[in-house]
Design a protein around this ligand. Structure first.
Ligand code: NAD
Length: 401
C-alpha cells in the first residue's frame, strides 16, 4: 500500500544466537543483504571459527563472481561477535535463535533475549521440531515470538517456514515473511504450531512408508531408491536422502512425529534403531544405510520398477490432507515447501489433483486393508473431497480449483 511502511523496514539490526551449522549461515545471509548482525555463542573461539567459515564462504562467492571483493568486505564488516546477550540485543529489530535442539536451553535463551532486547523486537527460532508456543511462554512477548525455519545451507536453500505459535500475532508472521523475502527466500506459513511443521512432516511420512516396505521385504534398499529416483523423478531415493540428512536427525524427528500424531507415524524401529545404536548415522560418519566412504552411493537404473512410487505419494498426499484439515497450511504452501525444501518434482497436492484424489484414496484404502496400519487410513478430508466429486483436475476441483 502506498505510504505504508512495511514492518520489516524497521528492522536494520539483527542478532543470531548460536553460530553453528545454521547460525553462521543465517548470519552470512543477513549481512549479505545489508543487515548489521551480532552473532552470539558461548565462547570466543567458537565465534572466531564461525566468522572464519563466513569469510571462506564469501571468498567462494567472489571466486565464482557472484559478488565483488568489496561486497564481501562490506558484508564481513557488518558482522560483530559477542558472548553477551546484552551487547548483541541492545538495539536490534529481530533475533534469530539457532542454538542446539533442546527445549530447556531454548527457553533459557528466549528468557534472556526477552530482557536483553527492545520490547518491540521479534524473537524467532530456527527450530526444526520444537514448540514455538513453549518458547513464547518463556517471554513476556509471546505475540512477537515465532518460528523462522531455514533449510541447510541457508544461503542456498530458497525456502523458509514461518511458524505461528499459539500467541504469535499476525503482524509478527507477516513481518518475518517480508524479512524472508528481503533475504531472497520464499516463505511458507505454518498457521499452527504443529510438530514437524510442513516439510519434515510430509517427508517423515514418505520415509516411514519406505522403511516399512523394506522391513516387510517388499523391496530392497537399492530397488526402492532406484524406483523413487528414476521412476518417481525425486532427486534422491528415501534411504539415500535419510543418510544424507543424518539418521540421528531422521530418528529424532520420527520420534517427535510419533509422539505428536500417534500410530500414523509408527516408526519402523527394526530398520533404524540398530543403525542408531551402532552410530551408523549416514553420510557424515561415512556409513548409514549405505557406505559413503567412496562418495555417493550408486543407485542402479535397472531396479526402477521394484517399488510402487505411488505408495510414497499416497502417504504424502494423506499427510498434506491432514495439514489442510487441521488448518495448519494451504495446498499452495505445502506444494511450495516440498518443491523448494526437498526438490520434489511436484507438490503432493498438485500430484493428487493430476492423478486423481479418488485414485490416491483408493490406493490408501488398498494399503490399509492389506497392512492395517494407521498411516494408510485415508484422512477424512480426502474422503470428503472424493464424496463431493472433488477428485482433481478432471473434475476442475480437487485441492485446487
Ligand atoms: N543442521 C541443520 O540441517 C538444520 C536445519 C534446519 C534447522 N536446524 C535447527 O537449527 C538449530 C541449530 O542447529 P545447528 O545444526 O546449527 O546446530 P549446531 O550444533 O551446529 O550449532 C549450535 C550452536 O549453538 C551454540 N550454543 C549452545 N548453547 C548456546 C547458548 N546458550 N547461547 C548461544 N549459543 C549457544 C553452540 O556452541 C553451537 O555453536 C537447531 O534448533 C536445529 O534443529 C538445523
Amino acid at each position: 500500500m502506498e505510504g505504508k511502511i512495511l514492518a520489516s523496514e524497521k528492522i536494520k539490526k539483527a542478532a543470531v544466537i548460536g553460530s553453528g551449522a545454521m547460525g553462521h549461515g543465517i548470519t552470512e545471509l543477513l549481512a549479505m543483504n545489508g543487515y548489521e548482525v551480532s552473532m552470539v555463542d558461548i565462547n570466543d573461539e567458537i565465534l572466531r571459527n564461525a566468522k572464519e567459515k563466513i569469510k571462506w564462504s564469501l571468498g567462494k562467492f567472489v571466486e565464482k563472481r557472484r559478488i565483488r571483493q568489496e561486497d564481501a568486505d562490506a558484508t564481513l564488516a557488518r558482522i560483530s561477535t559477542t558472548t553477551s546477550y546484552e551487547e548483541a540485543g541492545r538495539d536490534i529489530g529481530v533475533a534469530i535463535e539457532a542454538a542446539p535442539e533442546n527445549m530447556d536451553l531454548k527457553k533459557t535463551i528466549f528468557a534472556k533475549l526477552d530482557h536483553a532486547t527492545p520490547s518491540t523486537a521479534i524473537l524467532a527460532s530456527n527450530t526444526s521440531t520444537l514448540s514455538i508456543t513453549e518458547m513464547g511462554k518463556a517471554t513476556k512477548r509471546a505475540d512477537r515470538v515465532a518460528g523462522m525455519h531455514f533449510f541447510n545451507p541457508p544461503h542456498q536453500m530458497a525456502l523458509v517456514e514461518i511458524i505461528r505459535g499459539d500467541g504469535t500475532s499476525q503482524e509478527t508472521v507477516a513481518t518475518l515473511a517480508e524479512l524472508a523475502k528481503k533475504l531472497g527466500k520464499t516463505p511458507i506459513i505454518v498457521r499452527k504450531d504443529v510438530r514437524g511443521f510442513i516439510v519434515n512432516r510430509i517427508l517423515g511420512a514418505a520415509f516411514n512408508e519406505a522403511f516399512w516396505a523394506y522391513h516387510r521385504k517388499e523391496g530392497t534398499m537399492l530397488g526402492i531408491d532406484s524406483s523413487v529416483k528414476y521412476t518417481g523423478g525425486f532427486p534422491m531415493g528415501w534411504f539415500e536422502l535419510a543418510d544424507f540428512v543424518g539418521l540421528d536427525i531422521a530418528y529424532e524427528v520420527g520420534k517427535i512425529l510419533y509422539e505428536a500424531y500417534g500410530e500414523r507415524f509408527k516408526p519402523c524401529s527394526d530398520v533404524i534403531d540398530p543403525l542408531i545404536r551402532e552410530h551408523k548415522i549416514g553420510q557424515k560418519v561415512g556409513v548409514g544405510f549405505y557406505d559413503w566412504t567412496k562418495g555417493r552411493p550408486r543407485i542402479p537404473f535397472n531396479l526402477l520398477d521394484e517399488y510402487d512410487v505411488d505408495r510414497s505419494w499416497a502417504v504424502a498426499v494423506n499427510e498434506a490432507a491432514w495439514l489442510i484439515r487441521d488448518d495448519a497450511a494451504s495446498p499452495e504452501d505445502i506444494d511450495t515447501g516440498m518443491k523448494l525444501g526437498t526438490y520434489w518434482p511436484q507438490g503432493p497436492c498438485e500430484h493428487a489433483d493430476r492423478s486423481g484424489l479418488d485414485v490416491m484414496t483408493n490406493k490408501l484404502k488398498d494399503l490399509y486393508t492389506k497392512y492395517n496400519m494407521e498411516m494408510y487410513k485415508p484422512c477424512p478430508l480426502l474422503e470428503e473431497y472424493v464424496s463431493k466429486g472433488w477428485i482433481g483436475k478432471k473434475a476442475a476441483r480437487g485441492f485446487y480449483k
